[in-house]
Design a protein around this ligand. Structure first.
Ligand code: GLA
Length: 384
């Protein structure tokens, strides 16, 4: 039913590339594989590579070593036609351009050390106050001025029985962006035969610190560059959220979604209530909120009526930031040569709640030297 991906293992091997597995189930359209190619050079001469992880069942995820960015994510629609559902750029220059660096939408990137915001760019741990880089007004956002999204990651393909994986690692030195402890981080992307992208995060530290890792892919299940995502139907496994102040820092309250435009317990079109005058919607210019996951089921499920594509998100994290691409301005031209305007992509960033280091009533983000930080998030794709 689905088209056979043109995966010639021999050709891949001949090109110095590697195939992760040859064994595939009888019904398989092809074998999973990992291939590697150059993706450009950083201003300091560092070479950036792009890895393609193929499921053998029509899913291809392309990851670059700069920022561990998911540069494209191809999945079939209901007729088996592939489409790239992740916003991004076709070249490294796209991610380095001054316009991109100013807008900083974090397309597809690994976010660390602390995904989302920490109020007043500081936190106190074990009696010591750590000042962080303020890069979002007076707050710190997504790791600071040069977060994990702008680091070059070491990459190593991972062999699975029938999956294609890539393990990325980065050692963040003690004091980077103000955070204490040397943080050894690995992020493993795995594409499974069920067309899932599984992201495993691991970190250890040599001093007590805080950690909150996530991925900032913007999805448009109709295809990147195809317009806004307001017709996508979203369902969230969340009956509560963390309301924010005017700078998007949680007030500390954990409030019910009931009776607000943030109630996505039943599948609802993203655009249906996006212009609601609720104060939280005005602050976010749309959706830009952390939802408190009820647990026990998927965190989120998104369906796109025209293509039939479905994405389900499962996670070990207690929260998810639903961001409706409010700060996209139309100044960036994406992979397919079309510009990205407000609402042309959405993010579902699995995470601990924003500003947890300053909110004793939120689940803790502290990591101590005798512990290993481990979280997993899976984005599962299908079509109907
Ligand atoms: C996150 C934030 C948003 C915005 C985007 C990047 O999702 O919550 O407010 O900063 O990143 O543009």
């Amino acid at each position: 039913m689905r088209p056979v991906p043109p995966l010639a293992v021999a050709a891949l091997l001949a090109g110095g590339l590697m195939s992760v597995t040859a064994a595939a189930p009888a019904s398989a359209a092809g074998a999973s594989a990992v291939t590697k190619e150059p993706f450009g050079t950083m201003p300091d001469g560092t070479k950036i590579d792009r890895y393609t992880l193929s499921s053998g069942h029509g899913m291809k995820v392309r990851v670059i070593t700069f920022g561990g960015i998911v540069q494209s994510l191809e999945v079939p629609d209901r007729r088996g036609r592939p489409g790239n559902v992740a916003l991004g750029f076709g070249t490294l220059d796209g991610y380095l351009s001054p316009t991109y660096r100013t807008e900083n939408p974090y397309f597809g990137a690994i976010i660390g050390r602390y995904g989302n915001r920490i109020g007043d760019a500081r936190f106190t741990l074990d009696g010591t106050t750590y000042p962080l880089t303020a890069n979002d007004g007076k707050n710190t956002l997504h790791g600071g001025a040069k977060g994990f999204d702008q680091r070059v990651w070491k990459a190593e393909p991972v062999r699975g029985r029938d999956s294609a994986g890539l393990r990325l690692s980065y050692v963040s030195p003690d004091g980077e962006e103000g955070y204490p402890g040397t943080l050894r981080t690995t992020v493993t992307y795995t594409v499974t035969p069920k067309n899932e992208l599984r992201i495993g995060y691991e970190a250890t530290t040599d001093k007590a610190t805080v950690v909150n890792l996530t991925n900032h892919t913007y999805f448009n299940l109709a295809g990147e560059g195809s317009g806004d995502i307001y017709d996508h139907r979203l369902q969230l496994g969340a009956s509560k959220y963390t309301p924010v102040d005017s700078t998007l820092i949680p007030t500390g309250e954990i409030a019910p979604v009931q009776g607000t435009p943030l109630d996505f317990r039943k599948a609802t079109a993203i655009g249906e209530r996006i212009r609601d005058g609720h104060p939280q919607m005005v602050i976010g210019r749309g959706y830009d909120h952390n939802f408190v996951l009820d647990g026990g089921g998927p965190a989120a499920r998104v369906t796109e009526p025209a293509s039939g594509r479905v994405m389900e998100v499962r996670t070990t994290e207690p929260g998810i930031q639903f961001y409706s691409g409010n700060f996209l301005t139309g100044r960036l031209v994406g992979t397919s040569g079309r510009m990205y305007r407000q609402g042309d992509g959405f993010c579902l960033e699995t995470q601990h709640y924003p500003d947890s280091p300053n909110k004793p009533n939120f689940p803790s983000t502290t990591l101590r030297p005798d512990e290993t930080y481990r979280t997993t998030t899976t984005y599962a794709f299908s079509a109907r």
